[in-house]
Design a protein around this ligand. Structure first.
Ligand code: IPT
Length: 354
């Protein structure tokens, strides 16, 4: 026989309190004494009680969820960001409702927001690249929704939480310059992406300041396959390229694979840098030198900032998180052997001596 679901009344009876007290524990727990709250929570737990969300919505109760509009989760960075937002939201007893948009035009964004509004959600994190005007229009036309944007131009007039790309990108170019590299390939992200454009502009400025004006540029789509494909284009356009600066780790993975296929190893090897420092990047072959963005921190701050906005809708939040260069084995002095090949050469010399 199908087991009957526990009701609010069952919880009240088991805990020995009124139904009103149980609903207060659900809707405004801070107003209930610690001991009573504990008793009610215990009863809910032992009865496997699940609150009826539809009934709560019909009664006009504020939702205990926030909305997340994300770029494709097949990309490593947006999926790390979503995971971090989910775990930090859960720690604050907030569920996360998600929309994943392929073409984030105004109409698609508005319909995602409408869907959240229908679920009584009043706070949304927008984790995809948006032009300033589009973000401003969305926030302006939905004053009942607190919107926090994670990938908008620095001068947009909206609440935003962003990474400061400047430190990481310039440190990356200067690191390669100090290793003696003079012929650069730049593999940017899609031109439609704000962060991709900012990273590219920053690399070019840093190279320009060093007197380099002949760097070649290709544009990928953030995927490893585009990194693989664009490497052939870069190397065939200028076989002297000794360093490729890449706009994300996922494309860098494809670049390393293409270089291996092109036999650009040993003294012919090309240094590669990435961007993101996703947890897998240290296990690439060779371990990737990259610019780290702390997605865990981004998720934590995004949830905190959104909660702040929900309490004080009239305020504007703007926060910038740092980026930093992490040096591993995919960068080495120009013309020098890659570290792994040096070890192999040493071993060969040892074997020859035996
Ligand atoms: C940005 C990532 O750095 C990049 O790898 C790609 O996944 C992109 O997102 C997708 O939009 S991170 C973003 C917060 C700027």
């Amino acid at each position: 026989m199908k087991k009957r679901l526990a009701t609010l009344d069952d919880v009240a009876k088991t805990a020995g309190v009124s139904q009103q007290t149980v609903s207060r524990v659900l809707n405004s727990p801070a107003r209930v004494a610690e001991r009573t709250r504990h008793k009610v929570m215990q009863a809910m737990h032992s009865l496997n009680y699940v609150p009826n969300r539809s009934a709560q919505l019909l009664a006009g109760k504020a939702s205990t969820a926030l909305g997340l509009i994300s770029a494709s989760l097949t990309l490593h960075a947006p999926s790390q960001i979503a995971a971090a937002i989910k775990s930090h939201a859960e720690a604050c007893q907030l569920q996360v409702a998600m929309a994943m948009l392929k073409n984030p035009d105004s109409a698609a964004l508005q319909s995602a927001l409408n869907e959240f509004r229908a679920q009584n959600i009043r706070g949304v994190i927008v984790s995809l690249p948006l032009e300033g005007g589009v973000a401003e229009q969305l926030a302006g036309e939905n004053p009942d929704m607190a919107c926090l944007f994670l990938d908008v131009p620095p001068d947009s007039d909206v609440s935003c939480l962003r990474f400061d790309h400047y430190d990481g990108t310039s440190a990356c170019v200067n690191h390669l310059w100090q290793l003696g590299h003079r012929d650069f390939g730049l593999l940017a992200g899609p031109e439609s992406s704000i962060s991709a454009r900012l990273r590219l502009a920053c690399w070019r400025d840093a190279l320009h300041a060093l007197g380099v004006s002949n760097a070649l540029t290709e544009f990928g789509d953030w995927s490893a396959s585009s990194g693989w494909e664009k490497t052939f284009a870069l190397i065939s356009a200028n076989p002297r390229i000794s360093a490729i600066v890449v706009a994300n780790d996922q494309m860098a993975l494809g670049v390393l694979s293409a270089l291996h296929q092109l036999k650009r190893v040993g003294a012919e090897s090309v240094s590669v840098t990435g961007y993101d420092d996703t947890p897998d990047s240290q296990f690439f072959q060779p371990a990737l030198t990259t610019v780290a963005q702390d997605f865990e921190l981004l998720g934590k701050r995004a949830v905190a900032n959104l909660r702040h906005l929900l309490e004080r809708p009239e305020q504007r939040v703007r926060e910038l998180l740092p980026t930093r260069l992490v040096i591993r084995q995919s960068t080495w002095p120009r013309g020098a052997q890659a570290p792994r090949d040096e070890v192999i050469e040493q071993l060969k010399r040892l074997v020859a001596l035996l």
